[in-house]
Design a protein around this ligand. Structure first.
Ligand SMILES: [Zn+2]
Length: 317
């Protein structure tokens, strides 16, 4: 108890210092800094008052863990969203839209190189150090659940015997299948989800929180950061049939509080949009991915000849 009082008074003192500094030195950068410090303090006090919340940020590998020779040292988790033939692509500058031709080339390359497309359950065990994966392993993911993932990606993935993941926005699932129109941003229907389970596994991208509107330090962030909304949303996505321990954060945005409530509700692994490869021992609730655009040179990215940031640079378009 005495320790909490001590920490509490320390937080109060830091708060007063931060605020008096911000008030006496008003500038945008400074008030932003004050807000960020305030967020850090809130995080710290949340961790102190919610037991175990700090533990969600670490992943301890088994004692003496080593990557076995000839097995995967890292696993790239590729991130795609919307697929459209180049001729129909009205947004060539949008990183979330990839030309079908480029996607096809990506898949052909992975197949020719003998890549193994892992499931999320395998990835989870791999990150925990419980299993090894083939040296050339990869996870293919799609966010949002567009109908074109079924119309365009599914046949290609099936042809190569590949497995992939779709992070579905629950509220967007169509009750009735609509006729596919390449010029419309339509979503997958319940029947299409069922029909494509031989290739895709479906997980959460929240039910209805894929929207901005949560104010944080002068910015509008993902609504999923509102933990009251989040807790209701978790029930909704489960009721929509996506009852899963895996999730992709809308816009990749996550907070300590959000992470805590997800863990409390059975989520064990989640993905951001931080650009990196996944390695054993990585914090499971904050796994990075690699954005693949129409101009990404996938072989160079996977061989580390270019950085993930360079790989998604659309300036060359
Ligand atoms: Zn999304």
């Amino acid at each position: 108890m005495a320790r909490f009082v001590k920490v509490g008074s320390l937080i109060l003192v830091v708060l007063i210092i931060v605020y008096s500094f911000a008030v006496t030195h008003p500038s945008n950068a400074l008030s932003h800094k004050a807000c960020t410090s305030w967020e850090m303090i809130k995080d710290k006090s949340f961790m102190l008052t919610h037991s175990g919340s700090k533990a969600y940020k670490v992943n301890k590998l088994p004692a003496g863990f080593e990557v076995k020779p000839g097995t995967a040292k890292e696993v790239p988790v590729l991130m795609y969203h919307y697929i459209t033939p180049k001729a129909d692509n009205k947004e060539p500058g949008n990183k979330s839209v990839i030309n079908l031709e480029a996607f096809e080339e990506n898949m052909e390359y992975l197949h020719d190189e003998g890549y193994y497309t892992a499931t999320l359950q395998e990835l989870e065990k791999y990150v925990l150090g419980e299993i090894s994966l083939p040296e050339k392993s990869i996870v293919i993911t799609f966010d949002d659940g567009y109908q074109n993932n079924y119309a365009y990606a599914y046949p290609i993935l099936k042809k190569y015997g590949f497995h992939a993941v779709i992070f579905m926005i629950g509220s967007k699932i169509e009750k009735q299948t609509v006729l596919f129109d390449p010029n419309k941003k339509s979503s997958l229907s319940r029947a299409e989800i069922e029909a494509s389970r031989d290739v895709f596994e479906y997980h959460s991208h929240t039910f209805g929180l894929h929207e901005k509107g949560f104010p944080k330090c002068g910015q509008s962030k993902s609504l999923a950061l509102n933990t009251t909304l989040l807790q209701k949303d978790i029930k909704k996505i489960k009721a929509a049939g996506i009852d899963t321990p895996y999730l992709a954060y809308p816009y990749g945005e996550v907070s300590t509080q959000m992470l805590y409530y997800l863990k409390q509700n059975g989520y064990r692994m989640a993905f951001t949009v931080r650009q990196d490869f996944v390695k054993p021992g990585a914090p499971l609730m904050k796994l990075p991915r690699l954005t693949v655009t129409s101009v990404t040179n996938l072989p160079e990215l996977l061989e580390h000849k270019i950085t993930p940031k360079e790989a998604m640079d659309l300036n060359s378009l």
